[in-house]
Design a protein around this ligand. Structure first.
Ligand code: AHG
Ligand code: MN
Ligand code: MN
Length: 336
């Protein structure tokens, strides 16, 4: 696609965003501005994460969020940073965060084509204190003329996203994003100058990968079909050798590896908890948008993630995401 031919390794995120905008003559530059505010939030959260052990920001905050999960101090800090960065863009009217029960209505811009942003401000919180990669995930929807932030306006299929991505706070800070027609692009932060530079142009999910990724300690809670899926990936050979198991416990880290190397990540539903653990609107849908843009697949076991319409803001969903061949194999076993 036109947009993909205009990328050059090393170009800054700012240059890439403006180049993308120039490919859409009618564009008013709003999404460009919004993406630069996402990058601002990423830089600020990256700094907070890297300094956390020095500034007392590791550990728990001592309260429980809407998910019924203990909040880490960084969950709360990252949430506020992200909200402030979105609010100051003056282009976002509604923000839905994993850390907030209700939407945050930050501006009265209705009907002027402004945006709603769903976000997981700090993904992989259980890994903060052990210095393992954590991240942020975001999904952006452009308002339709009659949208007014009602629940029915907010609960849209992931296919309606105009942009989605994640930030990975690891050895490097990497921002991976896609718009409706840009392809998946990965940018690495140069902290000294505070700018992201294109390092992973036009990311494509390998057809098949050697790793399978799931929390196998959940085996006692799975259905027989899910057990058969995981057993298949554990036992089958790929390229003449057995697959390898990889599980970081931070969704964005497990997804980033899968995007680069192929394979499959699974967080299945369970007999007692058919929705599983991961949240549709700000974990599965943004990553599903990227997975499909990179030629991979994202499914809940019965339906494409991008087709699902949630009934509630924080709805959980089973997730099978990765190389198309691997996701399709999982679906064949799940739906004999
Ligand atoms: P969050 O920290 O935003 O709540 O997300 C944690 C999620 C996800 O990052 C990861 O894939 C999953 O929890 C790991 O769950 P288990 O510890 O149950 O394996
Ligand atoms: Mn998460
Ligand atoms: Mn989180």
């Amino acid at each position: 696609m036109e947009g993909r031919r205009n990328v050059k390794v090393g170009m800054s995120l700012t240059a890439w965003v403006l180049r993308q905008q120039s490919l859409h003559p009618g564009a008013r530059g709003e999404l460009s501005i919004l993406l630069t505010h996402v990058a601002l939030a990423a830089r600020m959260i990256a700094h907070k994460v890297s300094q956390a052990p020095l500034t007392g920001l590791i550990g728990q905050a001592g309260n429980v969020n809407v998910q019924g999960e203990e909040q880490a101090k960084l969950d709360i800090v990252a949430d506020q940073v992200f909200l402030d960065a979105m609010m100051t863009s003056d282009l976002v009217s509604t923000l839905v965060s994993e850390e907030r029960e209700e939407p945050a209505y930050v501006s009265e811009h209705w009907g002027r084509g402004h945006y709603t942003v769903f976000y997981d401000p700090l993904d992989g919180s259980s890994n903060i204190d052990v210095n393992v990669t954590v991240g942020s995930i975001f999904g952006i929807y452009r308002h339709r003329p009659n949208d007014r932030g009602r629940l029915t306006d907010l609960l849209r299929p992931g296919a309606d996203q105009v942009a989605a991505g994640y930030v990975m706070y690891g050895a490097s800070t990497i921002l991976v994003l896609a718009t409706e027609d840009s392809g998946v692009q990965g940018f690495t932060l140069l902290p000294e100058v505070g700018e992201f530079f294109l390092t992973h142009p036009d990311m494509q999910m390998p057809e098949v990968g050697r790793s399978y990724s799931c929390n196998e300690s959940r085996q006692p809670f799975w259905s027989d079909e899910v057990r058969r899926v995981v057993a298949r990936f554990r036992e089958e050979e790929v390229g003449g050798s057995k697959r390898t198991a990889r599980y970081v416990g931070s969704l964005i880290a497990d997804f980033h590896r899968t995007l680069l190397k192929g394979g499959i990540f699974m967080y299945p539903g369970e007999v007692e908890k058919p929705g599983g653990k991961l949240r549709l609107m700000y974990e599965a849908a943004p990553l599903g948008f990227l997975a499909e843009a990179a030629g991979g697949g994202a499914h809940d076991g019965r339906q494409r993630i991008l087709e699902k319409v949630a009934d509630t803001l924080h709805e959980r969903t089973p997730l099978f995401i990765g190389s198309k061949v691997d996701v399709e194999e999982a679906l064949r076993i799940l739906n004999p």
